[in-house]
Design a protein around this ligand. Structure first.
Ligand code: NAD
Ligand code: ZN
Length: 367
């Protein structure tokens, strides 16, 4: 039995429940979650997408923990290993895993309604669905070994949990997907953890100018810490932000990254790119609306791309990102604005809803 924050229905507070977590079956591991961040995608599922058929579920997908037990056939992990669960598996066998071009392993939950069917959770006689194949707002979760990355045993789990989503997502979108070049000019729309990690990625790739764009000016100070050089609040202008950026950059930026999840912003980000070679990456998540632009924007030589988990193959990329942090080549602590217990999960949701945090790290096992 284990304490978990269960989402019984969309648009309602999570409820702390005693949930039964069955032992791991063949090729599965049971993970004790030591720390979990909250990401905007958790809020999206609860308040925006609200696919009724996916509830009840346990949210959370950005975590770090310790292997508690392993099922038959597991050779890669043993109890005590420090790990990060992966919301994109890496089976190493499917045609997507075999291609260096993508991280879209086909063994995961991605083709389903956000949840991996056949979870190991039951509560009050009801099966509880496993969000993103992870469900980390919990003391224990059971995951297939292909969706787990083993990390350096010296890594502080209450920090590196953020490498399980937000940091890889934004950083990799800049470095792996946009492939930002030295000396370039970039614009990042949305300065939550994902956008700030994108700013950090642009800087690491050698960008000389990084515009940080947000409608909440409280985010600009943090963006400076991660390497932003210029700050733009669309609310300060009465013309389209793409026009504002074009005027500031002699025709547009070389790279833009949308880290909001709003189709209007996706369009602005694309149209903020310079013609000829500008690349815009969609990182923010939504399935609710179509995204549009005039074809001439693309005909003129702009490229529109998307990025999930920053293009990282998790088993390979996550341990490397943890190493980069331990080697002081990657900022992680700077994203954490709040620490709470899992019982306070609804307070953490309120903070994010109102733009009052970057990341809250939740502890499922408070003393
Ligand atoms: P967040 O809520 O912490 O940050 C979003 C930021 O966008 C806020 O600072 C907000 O003020 C800003 N914003 C809102 N409207 C804006 C506008 N019109 N113009 C400019 N800025 C605006 O969220 P987060 O956790 O950083 O996540 C960001 C997005 O990335 C979400 O859509 C999330 O679902 C998505 N996401 C995608 C992936 C992926 O693999 N592609 C992974 C994780 C998260
Ligand atoms: Zn996330």
């Amino acid at each position: 039995h284990s304490t978990k924050a269960v989402a019984w229905e969309p648009n309602k507070p999570l409820v702390i429940e005693d949930v039964e977590v069955a032992p791991p079956q063949a090729n599965e591991v049971r993970i004790k979650i030591v720390a979990t961040g909250m990401c905007h995608t958790d809020l999206y599922i609860l308040f925006e997408s609200m696919k009724k058929e996916s509830f009840p579920m346990i949210l959370g997908h950005e975590a770090a923990g310790i292997i508690e037990s392993v099922g038959p056939g597991v050779t890669e992990f043993q109890p005590g290993d420090k790990v990060i669960p992966l919301f994109i598996s890496q089976c190493r066998e499917c045609r997507f895993c075999k291609s260096p071009k993508t991280n879209q392993c086909e063994k995961g939950w991605i083709e389903t309604q956000h949840v991996l069917k056949d979870s190991r959770f039951t509560c009050k006689g009801k099966k509880i669905e496993q969000f993103a194949g992870t469900s980390t707002f919990s003391q224990y979760t059971v995951v297939n070994q292909m969706a787990v990355a083993k990390i350096d045993p010296s890594a502080p789990l209450d920090k590196v949990c953020l490498i399980g989503c937000g940091i890889c997502t934004g950083y990799g979108a800049a470095v792996n997907t946009a492939k930002v070049e030295p000396g370039s000019t970039c614009a990042v729309f949305g300065l939550g953890a994902v956008g700030l990690a994108a700013v950090m990625g642009c800087k690491a790739a050698g960008a000389k100018k990084i515009f940080a764009v947000d409608i909440n000016p409280e985010k600009f100070e943090k963006a400076k810490v991660f390497g932003a050089t210029d700050f733009v609040n669309p609310k300060d202008y009465d013309k389209p932000i793409s026009q504002v950026l074009a005027e500031m950059t002699n025709g547009g930026v070389d790279y833009s990254l949308e880290c909001v999840g709003n189709v209007e912003v996706m369009r602005s980000a694309l149209e903020s790119c310079v013609k000829g070679w500008g690349i815009s990456v969609v990182v923010g998540w939504t399935e609710l609306h179509d995204v549009a632009t005039r074809p001439v924007q693309l005909i003129a030589g702009r490229t529109w791309k998307g990025s999930m988990f920053g293009g990282f193959k998790g088993k390979d990329g996550v341990p490397e990102m943890v190493k980069a942090y331990l080697g002081k080549k990657l900022l992680v602590d700077e994203f954490i604005t709040h620490n709470m217990t899992l019982d306070q999960v609804n307070d953490a949701i309120e903070l994010m809803k109102h733009g009052k945090c970057i990341r809250t790290v939740l502890n499922p096992f408070p003393q």
